[in-house]
Design a protein. Structure first.
Length: 180
């Protein structure tokens, strides 16, 4: 962490992705060790299906907990939201049932004052779907720009190449998703 802060400065938003590889106690210990670095999000420190343990981790740290890329429907978020175990919901529109189910998840999260970062790990179609979702919800917090989106072979798959400019995206205005 000190190298990240040194490289990008104190103003960088650092997201620590664990991908559920820790147990509850290890996740709590690691969170305590990195709190001093002003971490923006602690992503999926433990598996999201155990909402009680996610709540333990969440209540043991000041770092906002994010999860959801492996929660495939609004029912997968229910306990996490009702127990306020997470600060950020991360529905993946390609895995959660599409735009309609994703919007329901985002609306449900908003009821619990939970922000949303749509999980984007796919190509140009998932990127543009996420951009549309993010413009339609009041609880959007940050857009994920995965390394897959920067690969030339992926960028060439569609007509439009939506990439951030000066740290920001411009949402498509074409009909439909705005991607061919």
């Amino acid at each position: 962490m000190p190298l990240c802060v040194k490289q990008w400065g104190d103003d960088a938003d650092i997201i620590v992705e664990i991908h559920s590889l820790l147990g509850t106690n290890s996740a709590i210990q690691f969170a305590k060790a990195i709190e001093k670095y002003r971490i923006f999000l602690y992503e999926e420190p433990i598996h999201p299906l155990n909402s009680d343990n996610m709540q333990k981790v969440s209540r043991s740290t000041t770092i906002p907990i994010a999860t959801g890329e492996r929660s495939y429907t609004r029912w997968g978020y229910r306990e996490l939201l009702e127990k306020q175990s997470i600060a950020v919901a991360q529905p993946d529109l390609c895995l959660c049932g599409g735009i309609t189910e994703g919007k329901k998840i985002c609306d449900y999260a908003n009821i619990y004052d939970t922000t949303v970062q749509v999980h984007v790990c796919g190509g140009p179609v998932s990127t543009v779907a996420a951009l549309h979702m993010e413009t339609a919800i009041p609880n959007f917090i940050i857009h994920e720009h995965h390394t897959n989106a920067m690969k030339a072979s992926i960028r060439e798959l569609c007509t439009h190449d939506y990439q951030p400019e000066n740290g920001y995206y411009v949402a498509p205005e074409q009909p439909g998703l705005g991607q061919d």
